[in-house]
Design a binder for this molecule. Structure first.
Ligand SMILES: [Zn+2]
Length: 241
């Protein structure tokens, strides 16, 4: 893409206070890992591509199913049975051809994450699996990489940020909770929570505003009720303690 096009494409955001050419350059030089390309990962990938994040790595071991389409807006009826990362890559390439998209159709684990995440400046947790989420969390804490977390279940959602250095971390938040399978999810709420994750990611990359560090944003879509709770560390946490 020629420079002129870039200027026009991002013209409606660079004039935001604290953003500027410098902020846009930070986005262009950022490499972001998005773990999970479903209901949360879709809006995250869309908005980070739209904002001009230079390089995005997509990790997801699932293929697209019809029951995903109430909430997973990166995919459509033509992408059924394709890897989600491949379906997402096609859509994102069409959306912003200047963004480099790398795909990993694998289940992330403590062995493969070093290779996948090694040059990432930011991690975004959009997984629905506790095990995958905790792999990302351990890597973020050990390597001092910021991690944006989002989660949705039924009509409730949450967002927070694990700062570089990692206290508190997602192990502190999830200790004692058990994975539930096939939890219902309101699609529009996944859109809100994913968009909030994208916002936090952009704020962290550019260095504007106050990231949700040590705070947990929770929402109840039905009330509707959006509020912030303190996100407390567990002094006994086996990961960050
Ligand atoms: Zn912890």
């Amino acid at each position: 893409m020629i420079q002129e096009d870039c200027f026009e494409r991002y013209s409606r955001q660079v004039s935001i206070s604290g953003w500027g050419r410098e902020g846009q350059d930070k986005l262009r030089h950022a490499t972001v890992l998005i773990g999970g390309v479903g209901g949360l990962g879709g809006p995250v990938a869309y908005y980070l591509s739209g904002a001009g994040v230079g390089r995005i790595k997509l990790v997801d071991s699932d293929s697209v199913e019809l029951s995903n389409l109430n909430r997973q807006i990166l995919h459509d009826e033509n992408s059924l049975r394709q890897w989600k990362v491949d379906s997402a890559q096609k859509r994102l390439n069409a959306f912003n051809g200047a963004i480099e998209i790398e795909t990993f159709p694998v289940r992330i684990n403590d062995e493969n994450i070093d290779e996948i995440a090694r040059d990432c400046s930011l991690l975004v947790d959009c997984f629905d699996s506790f095990a995958s989420r905790m792999v990302l969390n351990r890597y973020a804490v050990d390597h001092r990489v910021p991690l944006v977390h989002g989660g949705v279940a039924e009509t409730r959602g949450q967002v927070c940020v694990v700062a570089p250095g990692g206290r508190p971390c997602l192990e502190c938040l999830y200790a004692g909770l058990e994975q539930q399978e096939g939890v219902p999810i309101l699609g529009a709420l996944a859109g809100i929570v994913g968009s909030m994750e994208a916002l936090e990611a952009i704020k962290l990359i550019i260095g504007i505003g106050e990231p949700l560090i040590g705070r947990l944003m929770i929402c109840n879509a039905l009330s509707p009720d959006y509020r912030e709770l303190p996100f407390l560390e567990n002094p006994e946490c086996p990961v960050c303690g």
